[in-house]
Design a protein around this ligand. Structure first.
Ligand SMILES: Cc1ncc(COP(=O)(O)O)c(C=O)c1O
Length: 397
């Protein structure tokens, strides 16, 4: 049996829309992107959605919005020490300094009890990540943010469909950034989207994705809020060459939006299939504890069914790499569980952190992996994975 890590669903509707866009030659950001944004906002339950070219850009642009709202270059943003590296890259690329806080091994998310100690006069935002779709503890995080007057930007790249304490993930923070990369629950192949309830944030996002100019729909010019364009814009000036802020080139195109619209049509189907796989694995994986552990779904949350994480226990007597190799030979594809950005990613060395500073993140990085639970596999494949793990343990534990 082969269990691939990911898949993509390209529906007939997507193919039809892609053709329509190609035939019309209107392929850059246009009506499909706008339709995708409207539908995505509705899905999450937020007022606005701004589609972008990647989840990384979604993180970067959401952060860059803060310059219109009092932040300065070189200010600090608190993030978990373990995430896909894009989270840390985004903070730096937006011009902020990442301040890392260790994670909890059992949730894989930022440890909220360690956040306050990391706050300084320069802190402007907290950016929790809902890793593997498991909601970060947003009630605690929002309370800290409120107390210290900080913005909250959710990195919800892996958390499509997640719910925390009766409220959708993506609606807890000031903004939430999603990835629509091919490995994710809804995909546009490459893509990202930021959701927010604040129209003034959405205006700045639309400007930022297009080099910092006014957006073509003129919405930014007309809006009030924090967008100061109207004061500086001279009557008669060419709007296309008036750049209000330092921007990016991060638009989604019509072909990507077409694939996304196709995906949205079957979103419920994809989500329930993935949920079924995830719950089956959760229910049956406890037999391997404490040699092998995973996250748990609490009664107050629904984990976004992104993937199934496994963390090898401290006294297991075998390594993650040995198990991963065994599974690979059984046809089961997996990926390691990311790195502690400040202490295990060479690109972050210049920040001066030392191995050992983030013990939980480093443990998970050295001992964790995840497998796909996507819509092209079912209970049969999940059972095969569990049987393979059992076989491995018989010989190795
Ligand atoms: C937590 C997290 N943040 C950001 C990203 C970046 O998304 P993208 O690959 O679409 O740029 C990812 C990608 O998977 C992610 O997992």
């Amino acid at each position: 049996m082969k269990i691939p890590f990911g898949t993509i669903s390209i529906t007939d509707k997507a193919k039809m829309l892609v053709n329509e866009a190609l035939e019309s030659k209107k392929v850059s950001q246009g009506k499909f992107v706008r339709e995708f944004e409207e539908k995505y906002a509705e899905l999450v339950g937020s007022k606005e959605a701004v589609a972008l070219s990647s989840g990384t850009d979604a993180d970067i642009l959401a952060l860059a919005v803060l310059y219109d709202f009092g932040a300065c270059r070189g200010d600090e943003v608190i993030i978990p020490s373990l995430s896909f590296v894009a989270t840390g890259n985004a903070v730096l690329q937006a011009g902020f300094i990442p301040i890392f806080v260790d994670i909890e091994r059992n949730t894989l998310n930022i440890n909220p009890d360690k956040i306050e100690a990391a706050i300084t006069d320069k802190t402007r935002a907290i950016m929790p990540v809902h890793l593997m779709g498991k909601p970060a503890q947003m009630d605690k995080i929002n309370a800290i943010a409120k107390k210290h007057k900080l913005f909250v930007i959710e990195d919800a790249a892996e958390a499509h469909g997640a719910v925390y304490k009766g409220k959708n993930i993506g609606t807890w923070g000031d903004m939430a950034a999603y990835s629509l990369y091919v490995a994710h629950i809804i995909t546009t192949i490459e893509g990202g989207v930021v959701v927010t309830d604040r129209p003034d944030f959405a205006d700045v996002l639309r400007s930022l994705r297009s080099h910092g100019r006014f957006c073509k729909c003129n919405k930014c010019v007309m809006s009030t809020g924090a967008v100061t364009c109207s004061k500086r814009f001279k009557k008669g000036q060419d709007l296309r060459f008036f750049f209000e802020r330092v921007g990016y080139s991060s638009k989604m195109n019509e072909l990507e939006a077409a694939v996304g619209l196709g995906n949205l049509e079957i979103y419920d189907e994809i989500l329930s299939k993935r949920r079924e796989n995830l719950r089956y694995l959760f229910e049956n994986f406890t037999q391997f504890a404490p040699l092998l552990n995973t996250i748990t779904e609490e009664e107050y949350e629904e984990i976004g069914p992104h993937a199934f994480p496994v963390i090898v226990g401290e006294r297991a007597g075998f390594t993650r790499d040995e198990l991963v190799e065994y599974l690979k030979n059984k046809g089961i594809d997996s990926r390691n569980l990311f790195l502690s950005m400040p202490t295990q990613c060479p690109g972050f060395e210049f920040l001066g952190h030392k191995l050992g500073e983030f013990p939980e993140a480093e443990y998970v990085a050295d001992n964790g992996f995840h497998i796909g639970i996507h819509q092209d596999i079912g209970v049969k494949e999940c059972r095969y994975f569990l049987d393979s793990v059992k076989e491995f343990l018989k010989d190795n534990a």
